[in-house]
Design a protein around this ligand. Structure first.
Ligand SMILES: Nc1ncnc2c1ncn2[C@@H]1O[C@H](COP(=O)(O)OP(=O)(O)OP(=O)(O)O)[C@@H](O)[C@H]1O
Length: 253
């Protein structure tokens, strides 16, 4: 077995008001995996991402990064692309590097490469108001990629988009992942999206937040549109629905 990137060993997270957001969560993340977390509202999906990002600490258990000096190099993509409205695409993608004090001239190539990766070549000078919802999300992904993260944390990134745009961005994201093979932790309420994208789906339950199933999606990549209508796809969707229906508070959309 390769050395994991990150491990959660029996992780608990109890917030100050007493909410048990996570109880006894075990998770091993291998480099290059695309893991989706699905489950009803309040089962602790975002809490897992926040702990990985270092935005809070577990109240029990052990979380280990296996990189040098326990270092983490990660990037977050949220549902809201949160672009600076007064800044163009290049300036928005530059932001994380600017915050690290890197002069623009020294990172221009990296910025351009990230913009090319998300197929926004030609839009460098555009402002957010001139871009569609899907294009704004691509800028947000480019801004995450420009830091070359070891792990990309995505919290319902496509939840606010219409079904067509979501489906196209799912395919685009998968193409990017196949090219670059980053490690992705992806939160979604949508089991079809989870099955289409992931190497593995973690099903969670609420009250307390916990893992109830760990389902490897053993379908070959590249995953084309025909995968979405295949019997294999339906099989995995049914398996996840069955795991969800065994727990209370099922709320998938
Ligand atoms: N800062 C906080 N303080 C107190 N309770 C919190 C805090 N953040 C989250 N919670 C609670 O912890 C539980 C897990 O929340 P979390 O946001 O991780 O769930 P989730 O599965 O991502 O939910 P959703 O799908 O609705 O976004 C919920 O009951 C939530 O109300």
């Amino acid at each position: 077995m390769p050395v994991p990137l990150l491990t959660f060993k029996v992780i608990d997270k109890v917030y100050q008001n007493g909410t048990v957001a996570l109880q006894g969560v075990n998770l091993i993340v291998q480099p290059g995996e695309f893991i989706s977390l699905v489950g009803p509202s309040g089962c602790g999906k975002s809490t897992v991402l926040r702990l990985v990002a270092g935005l809070g600490t577990p109240t029990g258990g052990l979380m280990n990064w296996h990189g040098p000096n326990n270092q983490r190099n990660l990037a977050f993509v949220f549902q809201d692309p949160a672009l600076m409205p007064w800044a163009n695409v290049v300036e928005n993608v530059y932001l994380p590097l600017k915050l690290k004090g890197q002069p623009l001239r020294s990172v221009r190539e990296r910025i351009q490469a990230a913009i090319n990766t998300v197929d926004l070549c030609g839009c460098e000078k555009s402002y957010p108001r001139q871009l569609s919802g899907g294009m704004k999300m691509r800028v947000s992904i480019a801004r995450a990629l420009v830091t070359t993260p070891q792990i990309l944390l995505m919290d319902e990134p496509f939840g606010a988009l219409d079904e067509m745009t979501r489906s196209r961005l799912n395919s685009d994201l998968l193409h990017l992942w196949e090219k670059k093979h980053w490690t992705v932790l992806f939160v979604t309420h949508n089991i079809y999206e989870a099955v289409y994208l992931s190497t593995r789906v973690i099903v969670m339950a609420a009250h307390p937040g916990r893992v109830v199933a760990n389902i490897p999606i053993e379908a070959a990549y590249p995953r084309t549109d025909s995968f979405r209508t295949s019997s294999q796809f339906n099989y995995y969707c049914r398996e996840i629905m069955a795991a969800l229906s065994e727990v209370e508070g099922v709320g998938v959309s």
